[in-house]
Design a protein around this ligand. Structure first.
Ligand SMILES: Nc1ncnc2c1ncn2[C@@H]1O[C@H](COP(=O)(O)OP(=O)(O)OP(=O)(O)O)[C@@H](O)[C@H]1O
Length: 238
């Protein structure tokens, strides 16, 4: 049996005396569409920060492609393919959409012409090709999210993490972003989605894990998870 792409084993994270994650274990298989949900403050961002290396867990370990990456710096994890698409897009404002995309591609040290043609391919893939020469300040909100996803794709991720990439978008715009994520996954890319928009995360995820107060309270296919009494209680209260 092959190892999971990401294997989180008994991770505990404290902030001072506050325990934000308690003995959380989960595995994400290669090629999977994996959803991480939970009420506000349940520990989702903390867990993602431990995966990307922004935070270090006090106990437990995080394995990627079969090896323990718990001691790896953030940039090493990113180089190995763990790429997070941020909730608040942070493009370089003085650069066009195309220039923003060329930066991650330049790390691959290709010829200039190859970089531009690869950047254009990515823009076409996500429907932003007509905005190649536009500056981020002139993009709509949904196009900003698409640019953020494009930058994540340019980094050739093995494990992109979509962190509330759809917050504040209209229903049609949510469908646009979902279509991009589905097409990425169809190319074999494993995706973790953290999302408060239930319709989106339910439709997208093949498997869900639910956190509540730093603990994993449910795991399974979306239909089972939403009907789990512990999950209903976590979201709705007693
Ligand atoms: N740097 C920090 N110092 C102290 N407490 C923190 C820190 N970061 C997060 N917390 C606390 O840890 C808990 C989990 O926060 P976290 O941001 O991981 O939750 P979340 O599930 O991502 O919430 P949301 O859905 O609202 O983004 C919260 O109670 C939060 O206040």
């Amino acid at each position: 049996m092959t190892a999971p792409l990401l294997d989180i084993q008994h991770v505990t994270k404290r902030f001072g005396g506050f325990q934000a994650l308690s003995d959380v274990s989960l595995a994400v298989e290669t090629g999977e569409r994996f959803g991480l949900i939970g009420p506000n403050g349940s520990g989702k961002t903390t867990l993602i920060n431990c995966i990307s290396g922004v935070l270090r867990q006090e106990a437990g370990r995080i394995c990627f492609e079969g090896g323990d990456i718990s001691d790896w710096a953030t940039h090493k994890r990113a180089q190995q393919g763990i790429v997070r698409s941020f909730q608040i897009p942070k493009p370089f404002t003085s650069m066009t959409v195309m220039e923003n995309l060329c930066i991650p591609l330049e790390y691959a040290a290709k010829h200039e012409a190859d970089i531009v043609s690869e950047a254009m391919d990515i823009l076409k893939q996500i429907g932003l090709e007509s905005k190649a020469g536009v500056y981020p300040a002139d993009l709509t909100q949904v196009d900003m999210r698409k640019l953020e996803l494009a930058r994540a794709i340019a980094a050739k991720p093995k494990l992109p993490i979509s962190d509330e990439a759809m917050a504040g978008l209209s229903s049609g715009e949510v469908d646009d972003i979902l279509a991009i994520l589905f097409s990425l996954n169809a190319q074999g890319i494993t995706i973790i989605m953290i999302e408060h928009i239930m319709r989106a995360v339910m439709r997208f995820s093949e498997r869900l894990v639910v956190l509540d107060a730093g603990e994993k309270i449910a795991e399974g296919v979306p239909e089972d998870v939403v009907n789990n009494p512990a999950v209903e209680k976590a979201y709705l209260g007693e």
